[in-house]
Write a protein that binds this ligand. Structure first.
Ligand SMILES: *Cc1c(COP(=O)(O)O)cnc(C)c1O
Length: 398
């Protein structure tokens, strides 16, 4: 058995998920389980439902929480919305759109993809074209990854909505907001999106283990007509006031107590401040990366600065750089965990997560540690990275 030695002080988790858990959330989970009829459990579930609806700016969406992760939430929408062999359009955003597409195909559905242009967000013109080409209107839904956690790019949801509307196609809009919810504004009813899905361990600052969906009336009607066999994921029996039915069995109580506390923290901070903090910290990371990039080795994966997400920054490295070794030095010597590249970016990029429970101190600590690890590994990087981040934080006080 080998294990790495204890690192004194706090380790920083600057990965894009799971993210650090605030003390308030940890303490809220230090409770005994409850019997399934305990009104305190019902109150906690109701608080999570209200918290999610509030964050989504939806008065009417039905919300369903599951003991699962983001992949489970993907499966939820496939099984509820698509008949066996049914068709869905998945615009290319990178690793996460492709993973969702492969899972959907494994479940016996047909996926139409629009091409992914590496470094760029969704090609909305290709979405309109794919829907226009579907003259028989067989496509049931468009499954969209809002922020692709591998590319670090956020696609423009109103532009995508407009692209669907421009085709005059009735397909539902289903949004994967796993990496964007509680990081950047999403207005489900105003957009509108018909379904939105997420998970507990990213912007919502809770340990992994809860996946959820919000469903509007149009999507619920499509699901009601869908003959696909399903049980655990089925929305219909979950429309019950009884917690045992809502969760198709025992709810993940401990995580729900944590999630309730996380929604309370979000309410306390206020949405505007929450989103401004995410923009500010992302700006600090981007300022550091821009300074590092001046030495010509490192670069942003996202070509257009306006598309760089407030949640995660993907940084490409030149051929010959050992990303895993860099991450190991950052983690074991300097106490900061960051993420590697995924999919086609495996071994070619590293990623800094800056979503959820981060502040100026954790971001500066993270950037300082990565700067140090870059030097230990002899990777050329401009020297002014941390200073540029400080300058950004000093200049940005919104
Ligand atoms: C993390 C993530 C997922 C998958 O979530 P898991 O909980 O790891 O299954 C899906 N979509 C996006 C955008 C993600 O960031």
């Amino acid at each position: 058995m080998s294990s790495s030695p204890r690192i004194p002080g706090r380790r920083l988790l600057q990965s894009p998920g799971p993210t650090p858990v605030p003390d308030e959330v940890l303490y809220a989970m230090a409770r005994q389980p409850m019997d399934l009829g305990d009104p305190r459990l019902d109150a906690s579930i109701a608080a999570c439902e209200a918290g999610l609806r509030g964050l989504l700016h939806s008065d009417s969406a039905e919300v369903f929480f599951y003991a699962t992760n983001g992949h489970g939430a993907w499966e939820v929408v496939v099984e509820n919305l698509l008949p066996p062999g049914g068709r869905v359009l998945i615009p290319g955003t990178g690793h996460f759109s492709e993973s969702w597409a492969l899972q959907t195909e494994a479940l016996g559905r047909q996926v139409i993809r629009t091409p992914w242009n590496p470094g760029w967000p969704i090609d909305t013109a290709a979405v309109t074209q794919a829907l226009r080409d579907d003259t028989g209107q067989q496509i049931v839904a468009v499954f969209v990854v809002h922020t692709d956690t591998a590319s670090g790019i956020t696609s423009d949801l109103p532009a995508l909505r407009a692209a669907i509307d421009a085709a005059g196609h009735p397909a539902l809009l289903v949004v994967d907001a796993v990496a964007s919810l509680a990081c950047t504004p999403i207005a489900m009813d105003a957009l509108p999106a018909n379904v939105l899905l997420g998970a507990s361990q990213k912007g919502l600052m809770t340990p992994p283990g809860i996946g959820f969906v919000a469903v509007d009336a149009k999507a619920a009607a499509v699901a009601a007509r869908n003959p696909a066999p399903r049980f655990y994921w089925d929305w219909r029996p979950r429309q019950s006031p009884l917690s045992y039915r809502k969760f198709c069995g025992t709810p993940p109580q401990t995580l729900l107590f944590g999630l309730e506390a996380a929604f309370a923290l979000i309410a306390q901070e206020g949405e505007d401040a929450l989103y401004a903090r995410h923009r500010r910290l992302a700006g600090a990371v981007q300022a550091a990366v821009a300074a590092w990039a001046e030495a010509g080795a490192l670069d942003f994966f996202a070509r257009d600065p306006a598309t760089r997400s407030v949640s995660v920054t993907t940084i490409t490295v030149p051929e010959g750089v050992d990303v895993d070794a860099l991450r190991q030095v950052a983690r074991e010597r300097f106490g900061v965990a960051m993420a590697g590249g995924l999919g086609s970016l495996t071994g070619k990029a590293f990623r800094i997560g800056h979503l959820g429970d981060s502040n100026a101190a954790t971001i500066l600590g993270c950037l300082g540690a990565i700067d140090a690890a870059l030097r230990v590994q002899g990777i050329p990087a401009g020297r002014g990275g941390v200073q540029a981040a400080i300058d950004h934080l000093v200049a940005t006080d919104d």
